[in-house]
Design a protein around this ligand. Structure first.
Ligand code: HEM
Length: 432
C-alpha cells in the first residue's frame, strides 16, 4: 500500500490521505500515475515531495497559470536535464535570449512553411507503408499465413517523424538507421540514471561529429533546409556559434522525432482499446483530428515540464520557496475533473474539450478547454502543427493497410508513454 487514510482528527471535516513519497519511484506509478495524481489534485494541489523537495502542481488552472507565469517561474531546469545531453538550447532560456532563438526556429513549422512540409509527410508515409506492405506480403506468402503482424512502434511510429525531420534538415535518408539509434539514446539520457546519461551524451557527440562538416558546407552554400537556416541565422547581428547550432539541431532531432513517435503509438493504442471509436474513425477518417486532440489530453507524450521558482510563490496555503523545483503536471491537469467530465475515459466525442488547433495562449471558453499536451505560453511547442499532421496523415494512410487489427496476444502494453526504455505495440491483422 502506498497511500493510507489515517483516522479523522477531532474537529476535522475530512481526512487527508497520507502520500508515501516512495510511490513516485514505484513501478505501479510508472505503469499508472493517474490515481496518485488525482489524490494530489484533491488533497495536495501544491505538494512537496519530502524525499527530493520537488513541488508538484496538478490542477488544470494552476498548471495553466504556471506555464504562463514567466515572472515567478524560470525554465532553467531544462538546462540541467535536456542541456546536460544536448548543450544549451532555447528551452532553458527565459526572456529575450529565448525570444531571439525561438524566432529562428518556430516560423519553420507553421503557416506557409508547414504547407510545404505536408507533401514531405505524405511522401515519407507512403514510402514507409509500401516498404512495409511488400515485406508483409512476402512474409505472408512464404509462411502461408493468414495474419500479418506489425509493431506500430518499430515499423512505423519511430520511422515516420524521423524521416520527416531528416528531410526538413536535408540530411540523407540513408543515415536513417544511425539516427534511429541516436535519438532514443539521447532522449533516454535526459531523464535516466548515470549509465543512460553517458549513452545519451555519447550519441549526442556522435551526432554532433556527423553534423560538423555539414554545418560548414551549409554556411558556405546554404539551401532551403533548416540546417542551412541555423548555419546562417543571425541573432542580434551575431552568427550562432557552432556549438549553439549543434545543440539546437539536437533539440530539433529529438523534439521532432521522439515525442511524435509516442503520439502515433498512443493514438493507435487508445483507438484500438476502444473498438467503438476505432470503428468511428474507420468510417470517417476526418475524426482522426478530434481523436488526436483527445489522445493529447488523455495520455500525451510529455508528462510534465520542470520549472524553478524565482521568488516565493503562495499557492493553496503553501509557500513554494525561491529556488525550489516545480513540476507542472500535464498528466495531472489534463485529467482534472474540475474541467473534464469522466477524465479517465478516452472519448473522441467529448463536448468539454476544445477541438480546434492548439493555441499558445490556451483556450477555456464555451464550456470547452484545451489540452495542455504541448505546454503553453513562451515555451509552447514549436512543432505542434507538424506533430499533428504527421500523426493524422500517417494514421490515415496506414489504417486501410492494416485490416481488422488487434493487439497481439500477450503484448498489450497498458499505459505506455511513461517508460523511457524502448517499448513496442505489436498488432496482428488480416492478410488481404
Ligand atoms: C506530439 C508531439 C509533441 C509533443 C507532445 C511536444 C511537447 C512539447 C512540450 C510540452 C513543450 C514545452 C516545453 C516547456 O514548456 O518547457 C515543447 C516544446 C518544444 N517543442 Fe515540442 N512536442 C511535440 C512535437 C514537436 C515537433 C514535431 C517539433 C519540431 C519539429 C517540436 C519542437 C519543439 C521545440 C523547438 C520546443 C521548445 C520551444 C521553446 O522552448 O520555445 N516539438 N514540445
Amino acid at each position: 500500500m502506498t497511500v493510507s487514510s489515517p483516522s479523522t482528527p477531532k474537529g476535522s471535516v475530512s481526512p487527508r490521505p497520507v502520500i508515501d513519497p516512495d510511490v513516485f519511484g514505484s513501478p505501479e506509478y510508472a505503469a499508472n500515475p493517474y490515481p496518485t495524481l488525482k489524490l494530489l489534485r484533491d488533497h495536495y494541489p501544491a505538494y512537496r515531495n519530502p524525499k527530493n523537495g520537488l513541488w508538484m502542481i496538478t490542477r488544470y488552472e494552476d498548471v495553466v497559470n504556471g506555464f504562463k507565469d514567466t515572472v515567478n517561474l524560470s525554465a532553467s531546469p531544462n538546462g540541467e536535464s535536456i542541456g546536460g545531453v544536448f548543450g544549451p538550447t532555447l528551452m532553458e532560456y527565459d526572456g529575450d535570449d529565448h525570444t531571439k532563438l525561438r524566432n529562428i526556429v518556430a516560423p519553420q513549422f507553421v503557416g506557409m512553411k508547414l504547407k510545404t512540409l505536408l507533401p514531405v509527410v505524405t511522401r515519407n508515409a507512403m514510402a514507409l507503408i509500401s516498404q512495409f506492405t511488400e515485406r508483409q506480403a512476402k512474409l505472408i506468402a512464404d509462411q502461408a499465413s493468414t495474419a500479418g503482424e506489425i509493431d506500430i512502434v518499430d515499423d512505423f511510429a519511430t520511422r515516420l517523424p524521423l524521416n520527416v525531420i531528416l528531410d526538413v534538415m536535408s540530411l540523407p535518408q540513408e543515415a536513417h538507421e544511425m539516427f534511429h539509434q541516436w535519438y532514443p539514446a539521447m532522449m533516454n539520457g535526459i531523464n535516466g540514471g548515470p549509465h543512460l546519461r553517458a549513452l545519451g551524451v555519447k550519441a549526442n557527440q556522435d551526432y554532433h561529429d556527423y553534423l560538423d562538416p555539414l554545418i560548414d558546407a551549409r554556411a558556405k552554400d546554404p539551401g532551403e533546409d533548416l540546417l542551412s537556416r541555423l548555419a546562417t541565422a543571425r541573432v542580434d547581428g551575431q552568427q550562432m556559434t557552432k556549438a549553439e547550432i549543434k545543440s539546437f539541431a539536437s533539440l530539433i532531432l529529438v523534439a521532432g522525432a521522439e515525442t511524435t513517435d509516442k503520439a502515433i503509438a498512443n493514438l493507435w493504442y487508445q483507438l484500438l482499446s476502444n473498438p467503438d471509436q476505432w470503428a468511428a474513425v474507420q468510417a470517417n477518417s476526418e475524426l482522426l483530428e478530434p481523436a488526436f486532440t483527445e489522445m493529447m489530453r488523455v495520455h500525451p507524450p510529455a508528462a510534465a515540464q520542470m520549472r524553478k521558482a524565482v521568488r516565493d510563490i503562495h499557492l493553496h496555503g503553501e509557500t513554494i520557496p525561491a529556488g525550489a523545483y516545480v513540476s507542472l503536471s500535464i498528466y495531472g491537469a489534463n485529467r482534472d475533473e474540475r474541467v473534464f467530465t469522466e477524465p479517465d475515459r478516452f472519448n473522441i466525442f467529448r463536448d468539454d474539450l476544445f477541438l480546434g488547433r492548439e493555441m499558445r495562449g490556451g483556450y477555456q471558453q464555451d464550456g470547452r478547454s484545451g489540452h495542455l499536451g504541448f505546454g503553453l505560453g513562451k515555451h509552447f511547442c514549436a512543432g505542434y502543427q507538424l506533430a499533428r499532421a504527421e500523426t493524422v496523415i500517417g494514421t490515415k494512410m496506414l489504417m486501410p493497410v492494416i485490416r481488422n487489427p488487434r493487439f497481439k496476444a500477450g503484448t498489450n502494453p497498458g499505459p505506455i508513454a511513461i517508460r523511457i526504455a524502448p517499448w513496442s505495440l505489436k498488432l496482428e491483422f488480416d492478410a488481404a
